[in-house]
Design a protein around this ligand. Sequence first.
Ligand SMILES: [Zn+2]
Length: 379
Amino acid sequence: MAMSERRVTRRGFLLTLSAGAATTILAACGGSMTPTIAPTAAPAAAPTVAATAAATRAATTAAAAPITVSATSTVASVATRAASPVVSASPATSVTRAASPVAVATARQIAVAATTTHIQDFLKNVGGNRLLVSGILKPNVDPHDYETSVQDAQTISRAEIIFVYGVGLDTFMDKAIANANSKVPTITVTRGITPLAGDAQEPDGDPHMWFDPTLAQKMVTNIGEALAQFDPPSAVFYRQNVQAYNAQIAQMDTQVQGIYNQIPAVDRKLVTNHDAFQYLAKHFSLNIVGAVIPSISDAAEPTAQDINDLIDTIREQQVKAIFAESSANPKVAQQVAQETGIKIVDNLYGDTLGAPGSDGDTYLKMMVADATTIVTALK
Ligand SMILES: [Zn+2]
């Protein structure tokens, strides 16, 4: 067993090298495609790995249909690109785009547990089929007052490496990890990033950092470096995927700024459901004039005075809409909207990604979806 593992590892390393070469060739040719490691040099890779449906799908896509990207809209094309760090070890001329990252040749997948839906998505983009990512938080579940389940305990005890978000957003994991008696590495994805100030409910700082794409890139880099250390034979693969995915984030950043620029900065006035959007506002020049729940955590309750003040602000500033998140309770927001006669837009993606198949089921898509929703309501 040790023999075959070593062989696989070595082959993985060779593959990685040639993938690097493919990238260089691509770059030299001015190729803009995201490179992928295709299983040409390692025919055993896909079959021996407990092949997931995604892996099979990716392989099929790559083999059967060279560019099957049918971009019906900008969102769709971003989404498709998002799913794709792909390097071909075969000649650069036959590089095809697969549906998801293809991992280096390996004996088995690494079991990873990850808390928030954003970091689950980052991990899938960086680790591809090398990882088996189990999410603790599911789409549309509010992280602020989450309590772990029996199933979460099992996920944690099976994990070989655990990724948590940090900044107080998933402190529920401390207890869960201790209870599971897990001794595996726990990586805080936001390490090294200084958050904006928090409040009484969020003393560690404002955790909603993914709304600034440059901070999301730092998280992606942190994830890649942690994986490279944990699984050195695939280090080059992870780092290539970090580079490719961070380039897609940069592209999304430009696209999203373009969407916000459709309305003058002075008219970009937001009233939101809870103070989740400070990073978004800062990065894209939006102006948050009020929040229905005047706290960074949506676990807080507004007082009658808070609500009256907000109604005054909405009238004075001629705010056009209240933006609520899909994961938060919109009851108070509805009350304020009714009182002021403005509309309520209740489908922003805030603390979680959307369900699979929604227009916010990846980080790149949710950022575009939110911008589109906000701009449409403010026009
Ligand atoms: Zn939040």
